[in-house]
Design a protein around this ligand. Structure first.
Ligand SMILES: Cc1cc2nc3c(=O)[nH]c(=O)nc-3n(C[C@H](O)[C@H](O)[C@H](O)COP(=O)(O)OP(=O)(O)OC[C@H]3O[C@@H](n4cnc5c(N)ncnc54)[C@H](O)[C@@H]3O)c2cc1C
Ligand code: FES
Length: 280
């Protein structure tokens, strides 16, 4: 989930033949865990989503307002983990405004109206043996599904978990569980600058670079992804963020800008993305 300005007109649509039709469902909250640093992990029932969502897809959550008053628009959230056997899926969110504040106070046993799975997914090339996932902050959630798939298909996943501080790092336990190699960097430790990270990653992938680089959560890291993908001859995919009112292609409020053709509407982040290939 990063903005688009660093990408100019290089966004390409990824084909997604396996895309499942979204459904509107009532999901029961199994748990809503306060992770500290204003972050919450929400475990929800939802067989359709748990079984059919692909890596990088998202849901729209209708938030009951409670003390916040009526909240009309649903909020887009990445599907962080899928547990198809248990019919459960997980979302991690950061409290930033009215909707997420209300979501933070939802208790286990309450229900939420969820629409999903939505959007276009990441696509791991069939011949890939190694993928590099780069997530900044809450953006880690959008790439975690790729690490889940990699574990099932025997692909090596390396995940950069970039955050402001060690307390806000997301996904270390998930990487452990999924056998993904985690590269934890944060601003407080002074190792999250793109130049530092580039050095670390070039060293790490000196002899066998990944075939695909997938990024979410930071324009600076998207630029880094572009530099690395170019020099490795790797595929580059990025998950973008946009304000979304509907999430299903009706309102056109989420169109990505196209600098060279400002008179033309760009691709819709909700249905053409949020994951796009970037021409390198
Ligand atoms: C695909 C996607 C995946 C995401 N995944 C995650 C995630 O996993 N975890 C996480 O914490 N955050 C995620 N986000 C960001 C998250 O949706 C926002 O932080 C959240 O909606 C903020 O809601 P709020 O009510 O707390 O904030 P507020 O600032 O009070 O509300 C903002 C809401 O209004 C919408 N909005 C604002 N202006 C407009 C407009 N002009 N037109 C239409 N809608 C508008 C915004 O999209 C948002 O839903 C994701 C966003 C996208 C697009
Ligand atoms: S959010 Fe309405 S068209 Fe994308």
């Amino acid at each position: 989930m990063s903005g688009t300005s660093a990408l100019e007109d290089r966004l390409q649509l990824l084909p997604n033949a396996r895309r499942a039709a979204p459904r509107i469902t009532e999901a029961t909250v199994r748990s809503n865990t306060d992770l500290g640093a204003s972050q919450h992990r929400l475990l929800l029932t939802g067989e359709w989503i748990a079984r059919n969502a692909q890596a990088g897809e998202f849901v729209m959550i209708t938030v009951p307002g409670g003390a916040e008053g009526q909240i009309l628009l649903p909020r887009p959230m990445a599907i962080h983990r899928r547990y198809p056997d248990a019919g459960l899926f997980e979302v991690i969110f950061k409290v930033v405004g009215r909707g997420t504040r209300a979501l933070a106070s939802i208790a286990a046993g309450e229900s939420l109206t969820i629409t999903g799975p939505l959007g276009n997914a990441f696509s791991t090339p069939p011949d890939a043996t190694s993928v590099l996932l780069i997530g900044r902050g809450i953006g880690v959630c959008s790439v975690m599904g790729v690490a889940e798939d990699a574990q099932l298909s025997g692909v090596r996943a390396t995940m950069v978990i970039s955050s402001r501080s060690p307390e806000t790092a997301i996904g270390l336990d998930d990487c452990d569980e999924l056998g993904a190699e985690a590269f934890r960097v944060d601003d407080a430790a002074g190792n999250s600058a793109p130049e530092t990270l580039e050095r670390m990653l070039r060293e790490r992938f000196d002899t066998s670079p990944p075939q695909v680089v997938m990024v979410c959560g930071s324009q600076r890291l998207t630029v880094l992804g572009t530099t690395l993908a170019e020099s490795w001859g790797a595929d580059l995919q990025v998950s973008l963020e946009a304000n979304m009112a509907c999430g299903i292609g009706y309102c056109h409020g989420c169109a990505a800008p196209m600098r060279s053709r400002p008179d033309r509407e760009g691709p819709l982040v909700c249905v053409d993305g949020p994951v796009f290939r970037v021409e390198v």
